[in-house]
Design a protein around this ligand. Sequence first.
Ligand SMILES: NC(=O)c1ccc[n+]([C@@H]2O[C@H](COP(=O)([O-])OP(=O)(O)OC[C@H]3O[C@@H](n4cnc5c(N)ncnc54)[C@H](O)[C@@H]3O)[C@@H](O)[C@H]2O)c1
Length: 453
Amino acid sequence: MASELIYRGAGHDDEAPYHSPSGASSSKRITKKWASNVASCKAIRYLLGEQRILFVLVGIAIASVFFFLVSSSSSSPSSSSSSVLFRTANNFRSDMEDFERYRSVGIEGSRGGFVGKIPLGLKRKMKRVVVTGGAGFVGSHLVDRLMERGDSVIVVDNFFTGRKDNVKHHFGNPRFEMIRHDVVEPILLEVDQIYHLACPASPVHYKFNPVKTIKTNVVGTLNMLGLAKRIGARFLLTSTSEVYGDPLQHPQVETYWGNVNPIGVRSCYDEGKRTAETLAMDYHRGANVEVRIARIFNTYGPRMCIDDGRVVSNFVAQALRKEPMTVYGDGKQTRSFQYVSDLVDGLMRLMEGEDVGPFNLGNPGEFTMLELAQVVKETIDPNAKIIFKLNTADDPHKRKPDITKAKEILGWEPAVTLREGLPLMISDFRRRIFGEYEKSGSTTTTTTTTKSS
Ligand SMILES: NC(=O)c1ccc[n+]([C@@H]2O[C@H](COP(=O)([O-])OP(=O)(O)OC[C@H]3O[C@@H](n4cnc5c(N)ncnc54)[C@H](O)[C@@H]3O)[C@@H](O)[C@H]2O)c1
């Protein structure tokens, strides 16, 4: 269109040589002005013709409406992309701060279970967690808390001492899976965290097949550490206060190296756990695996095996059955007793924290066996009798954790006293023992149905 107008203008310029030479320049200017006026008139006429002006106006109106809508949908006064990005990053940061605040409230409120209040519109990242030994006593309580927190949990267990009953209330939940598997064999799973608990914990069970116990501790731990390395998962080892053996230092601090018999009947467990700790540290130093080590002291609570030979379960089961309570040795050896919910709280804090450990997790309240028998008597049957038997080999004389490190770094300490926790365990044992009696009249009570704590 423009080239057409120019061309026509040029056509008028071509007429100039017909004017006289004296008035040539002024007449040329007049001619040019006239030509440009004619061109403008033609342009206006062109615009007005065939409703072109109408199309131009409609186009301007559409563009105005579009820009008005875009700017009003954003609350930001600026529409530049960099300011939008900056605002989004700020919102995200404040959302995350809110989330962390809510999450920590959840953990603080964990005595009665994780509250897990998440701000609207922001989903907590679900973790995929494997718990080896998750059908056992401690493992099943840990699984409960992880499920409560909203994680996706895989239990790996060979059911040597664990029972499906302990976790059956999660069956059918899409976030829960259970695999019958022996950790002595390798396994490949995709998870974020590995809680490695698989190992019989009571002397009756770990002495039953000592070679298998040490294999579980060494080969089983190697396999799970290998998995952690391969998939980049964080790994938590449940070690034990038994690594201190019959301690010469009291109470036991994490820096104490212990006094362990390497060739005794308990060595499959004690030395097995010491080797497991060594493996964990070597994978950490050598292969950058994120490891966490917990040294657990005596723990009690619902779902313990009833006849597992551990002192609390022994006393409670005997007193409930109206049998005399068996005290080994003179009963002056001491132990500390931690309620299972306190332990689970400590394990989860350790896993989520930044410190490798090892950390003592136990209740520093120290009781002699005779004092414990007295508390059980008061709680179950004031007329219960006590009998004394010869002590077993390598039974430590004293055991009491120093938990200063866990207090300072994990902000953890036990909250449940023996007098508060024991009745909870007793009511679970009572149901299982007398439930079994009612059903079969049998005195064997190790595989009865359990209640959730
Ligand atoms: N309960 C305590 O007082 C205490 C004290 C110190 C350390 N610990 C440690 O805590 C962990 C859990 O102890 P717990 O009291 O729940 O014992 P538990 O015997 O109730 O649970 C152990 C679980 O591991 C499973 N398991 C054993 N060997 C396995 C294998 N080869 N492959 C797969 N699964 C296997 C068992 O079937 C069971 O479910 C253990 O590692 C134990 O050494 C416990």
